[in-house]
Structure formats: structure tokens, C-alpha cells
Design a protein around this ligand. Sequence first.
Ligand code: KMH
Ligand code: ZN
Length: 275
Amino acid sequence: MPVRPAILTAAICGAETTREQTPYLPITADELAAEAERCAQAGAAVIHLHVRNDDGTPTQDRALFEKAIRAIRARCDVIVQTTTGGAVGMSAEERAQPLLCNPEMATLNAGSLNFGDDVFMNPFPMVREFARRMRERGIVPELECYDAGHVESCIALAKEGVIDMPAHFDFVLGVRGGLGASEENLEFLVGKLPQGCSFSVAGIGRHQLPMAELSLRLGGHARCGLEDNVYLSKGVLAKGSYELVARLAQMARAAGRSVATSAQARELLRIPRRG
Ligand code: KMH
Ligand code: ZN
């Protein structure tokens, strides 16, 4: 069997990272689009997108997503994956707004968890409703799993007919309150996946690069970016998510994988091409 190209996702902004932590955080639509283009040139096929108000605070405002998506589209042909996670404490309706922009892909957070000192709420009725809206609009979900039970929840939701299998999972490992970032945990999660599913790994903080390397070696895909980690190496800030993407591209090649183009990623993720 030929080795599958590696899909690299750049989470360029997030909701929690601040300009105090890194001056390289993109905030405006122009900054997000310029950063998305640099990431695409470095090998990212997917941009995981959050947006901010001008003062840097997180928002799920539809108009700001539309502006950012348009600006990204004008510069590069990446898959834009909008968040439906938003920031901790936002209401479901607030979080669902970017789906109105009909992105090719969106995150579907599979379950609730302690998120640092906060609680990130994803009760089943909310997951079902977000999945229904995505299906209605032909938006491909990425199933965000922060713990092993979230994978089992996705399998249960597939049995209910709420989500389609095979699906694409993202294991977010190393959140304080979620499953830790370790080789043993990743292998355990991969073993739970139904036949034909694909997976990516987003390691948090210092776990980002080692977990990406591990995933790429195991045949999975990988996510990096300032949303989850601001450092390129100990004490050295990444000058943008693109530097982290470039590192992942090197890792993929070292693991004998090619780096997926956005066209290849659309095929692997079963994303219909739009006119
Ligand atoms: N900001 C986190 C609470 C997602 O984008 O779907 C959730 C998050 C997940 O970032
Ligand atoms: Zn996110």
C-alpha cells in the first residue's frame, strides 16, 4: 500500500493565546490571511480558524469569519476549518455562527472536559445539533477528542446516525483536564478508531512537536500552530505558525511521507470540491 501523504493543519490564532505571550499572533483578517499563506507555502493544507476582535478578544462573529475567510481565499487554496469551539464560556449559538459561512470543514468537539481551571462544555444535545447543521450544509466535521471517552462518544453518535463513519478525528492531547500527551495514550486512541477513520494529533504546549512527529510516524496527520504552542524550541518563540509547519513538513519527509497538497487533503478528508 502506498504511504498516505501527511495532512498538516495550522492552528494560527486560537482563542486563548495572547499578544503578551507572543507578538507574532495574527489578529486582523489581513494578518490571518498573510499567516495562512505563509503556512500554506510551508506545507499546511488546512487552516484551523478562530477570529478576534480588534482588541484581541475572541469572538465567533459571523461577519469577522466571513472577512477572514475571504482574505485567506484571495491568497491561497487551503481548506479553511472553522472552529465551533470558540472560547470557554461562549453559548452554543455564539459558537455555531461560523457554520453560516459554509466552510469546507469545521471542528465538532466530541465531549466536555475541565480545560485548565475552566470547563469546556460540549453536552450531547449540542454535539448533535452542531453535527446536524454541518451535515445540512455539507461541512465536513473534524472530531475533536480530548479524552478516550470522547472517541467512544463519537462511535455512539455514529450508531445513532448523527455523524458519518469513517470520519476524521483530531486527538488534542495535553490539555490540563484531558488525556495526557504520550505515546501509550496515542496508540490506545488509534486502536479505538473504527475501520477507515483517519486521525491527526494536536499536542499542547511543549508536547506539540514530539506528538506531531509520533503521529506522522504512525501514519497519522498532525496539527501545529500558535493556538496550541508558541515555541519553536525551549525559550525560542516561533515567528509564526509557519515556522512550526515547516518543522512538521521536515518530520513528515523524514518519516517517508510526502506533504499533502490541499487537493490531496480534500480527497483524503472526503471534502467535496466546490465551484
Ligand atoms: N478554545 C478552546 C476552548 C475548537 O476550535 O474547536 C476550544 C477550541 C476547540 O479551540
Ligand atoms: Zn481551536
